[in-house]
Structure formats: C-alpha cells, structure tokens
Ligand binder design. Sequence first.
Ligand code: FPP
Ligand code: MG
Ligand code: MG
Length: 320
Amino acid sequence: MAIAVADEALEARLRARLASVEIALAQDVRSRAPFVAEAASHLMAAGGKRFRPLLVLLAAECGPRTESADVEVAARAVELVHLASLYHDDVMDEALVRRSADSANARYDNRVAILTGDWLFARSSELTAQLGPEAVRIQAETFGRLVEGQILEGVTPTGDAVEHHLEVVAGKTGALLATSARYGAMFSGASAEIVAALTEYGELIGTAFQLSDDILDIASDESGKTPGTDLREGVPTLPTLLARANGETAVLDALAGDLTQDAPLAAAVAVLRESKSLQAAREYVIGEAERAKAVLSVVPDGSVRTALVAFADAVATRTR
Ligand code: FPP
Ligand code: MG
Ligand code: MG
C-alpha cells in the first residue's frame, strides 16, 4: 500500500517526514551491545510498510501544530511497539519468514526473539515517556489490548465465533492503529472532538486492514503469501466463520476435506472464491471503511480529509 495522496504538497510533506522517521528509527534500534543492535535491527531492515507511522503523520495534519517534534517521536514509538509484537508473534506462530527474510526466531532462536521483542518495547517506552504521562497511560492501555487480542486468539469461543474473531482483530490490530491516529491528532494539538474521531477512525481502519488479510488468504494470488495458508493451518478467518454461521453448505463440504493436502485445499479455495461468505466478508470490510470515513465528518473539508478517506478506501480494497 503506497502513499496515494491527491494533494502533491501534502504527499511531499508526508514522504519527507516519513523519511526522517525512518532515519530516527534506525538510530532507535542501536545498542551499545552489538549483538542486541543486530537482532533489533534485523526486522526493521527487512522492510515493512510503516503503516502506523504514516497514520500518525497523516492524523497530525489535522491539528494546528502539525510540525511538532512530538509527532515524530510518537510515530517512532508506535512502530517500535508493532515491531516488538512481530518478534513475539513469530515465536508464538512458529513462523520462519517475516518481511521476506528469516524471522528472528529462525535466524537466532526463540530466546533471542522474545528478549529482542522485550527490548524493542522498552525502547518504545523510553520514547513514550518523552511524550508525557497521558501518552504513557495510552501506551499501557494499548499494550494491554494487544496482548488481550493475542490471548483471545488462542481461546476457543464459548459464544458467537464471528463476534469473538472481531474482538481478537480489534485487539491485535485495531488498538495500535487507533493509538497511532490518536497520537497524531493529540500531539498536533487537534481539538478533543477531532482526537476522538481520529481514534475511532484508526480503530476501524485497523480492523478493516486485518480482516482484509483474511480475505486475501482466499482471494489473492499476489498477496506475497500462498493462497489458502490460513485454511491449511486451520486458522479461523472471517469468510470461513461466516460460512459456518450462515450454514453455506458448499463451503462447509469443501472445508470438511483434509486441507493439509494440496488437492482438497485448492478445491476449498476455489469454492470459497465463488462463495456468498467471501462476498459477505468483503462487504463487512467495506462497511468498516465506510464507518471510518463517516467519523471524519468533524475534520474540516480539504486535502487532509480527502487523504484520510483515500487511506480508508485503500485499506479496504488492498490486494496485497
Ligand atoms: C500478527 O498477527 C500479530 C499482531 C498484529 C499482534 C501480536 C501481539 C502480541 C504478540 C502481543 C505482544 C506485544 C508486544 C508489544 C510485545 P498474525 O499472526 O495474525 O499475522 P502475521 O501474518 O503478520 O503473522
Ligand atoms: Mg503471525
Ligand atoms: Mg499471530
């Protein structure tokens, strides 16, 4: 997902600022201990979309103090929390590849990956402390929601499985995106009304972003992941949960096969691609993006609101 902003001056400003955040992030992962610096810079150097810093910077366009140095500190802090969570996530998921590179657990081992995640979270906390007690409180709350989402992911739902999945996704991804947009609005001095709206906007596009991943697992040949990976591994996704909730028999029959085998897996992907449940999942994601756009009504009309609207659309319709 590239930056696509209609206003050229705004786009140039965001690009320049993102470049400055990037340079600072490379410094943030330095350590006096060379091995710590190497392990901590491993995933940062491997790539990443810098989606969260971009959201901080874009949200900061809504306040009178867009250029405030605190905005860039906040952009670095949220990216470091995200990076920390990836080190831990790959240990839990036993993932060997991240950002087309070896995951930290594959390159080093679980111990190094876990401790490097902790170290990155500590670095993020140092930055957040520079932003004052309210930012620290928000970071603590966000961290709690991230961890809750991750814990719930491993818990078998006792109630509605779709609701459970939405709760997991809101915690895992919505929370940090909400905080990214909130920090941008807060540290640029936007009004309380705009800060609240941007927080909700971030939460909604975060949810849409993570749920679109569920759709890409089935629908995309260009996502950078093998189609059907979640199906093969039995990971619940919105389309399959909707198929179960709505009793879409063609899908349920296809899912009943041994999806660890290539032929039944390919058949299930083909059935799901044509299913009502995939369509319903797409509509849900588009609905979340529409809700995100609706909360922007308090942002004055202009190039910044247009860019935020385009950002929400890009999240909902991404193909990779
Ligand atoms: C990726 O999900 C994982 C997350 C978005 C968040 C994981 C949260 C934690 C590990 C909590 C600990 C947090 C910190 C800050 C140390 P995924 O596994 O579904 O997606 P993937 O395809 O990117 O692996
Ligand atoms: Mg994972
Ligand atoms: Mg995971």
